[in-house]
Design a binder for this molecule. Sequence first.
Ligand code: MG
Ligand code: ZN
Length: 222
Amino acid sequence: MRIDIEQDMMAINNAYAADNRQLFHNSGTFAINIMGSPGAGKTTLLERTLHLLQNQLKVAVIEGDLATAKDAKRIASCGVAVVQINTDGGCHLDAKMISRVLPGFYVDSLDMLIIENVGNLVCPASFDLGEDLRIVVMSVTEGGDKPTKYPMSFMSADVVVLNKMDILEASGMDIEETKNDLITINPQVKIFETCCRQGEVQGVDRLAEYLIAVSQAKKKRQ
Ligand code: MG
Ligand code: ZN
């Protein structure tokens, strides 16, 4: 039966995710899973954020993509260790894919591991990777109804970044309504507003400060 197969697949994923989480815990590494539609600006936001994090933390990145190493090359040029996972058309990362590439990092020496998931608002949300924090990046050009149309992604997010704020007016999105929708489906969510355009970067400093604070809070708990 199809449902049984799906349950098995999820049980296997959850077992790998638990192992990943234990490894991150033992090594004091704060793991972040970044999700969002294609074109939301995940990689550009990551580039901007890395510049701010690198002064204070030892960070590495896993880049998930259907094909090509374009994003991984961009991240490598920021000067951080990066491993590319090509899913060969697969529409999400799973915990086993992450566990397979972890030996390629000196995880013990890392403060933070950031995973950029495949661009997709649907199934990545169902796959726990063992992360400590989930970020959904949504650009204002996607339309303000996305949180209510794709509630699973937004419900499971710890942080939602509303990106491309520089073109908010042209996008026609009612940002207050979208923020209200977000808080209705996920009352605990932290919302950040960013612009990542070269020369006009805004809001990324507050996101970076938040990520540094929550990663340090995890270390203190250990
Ligand atoms: Mg990308
Ligand atoms: Zn998928």
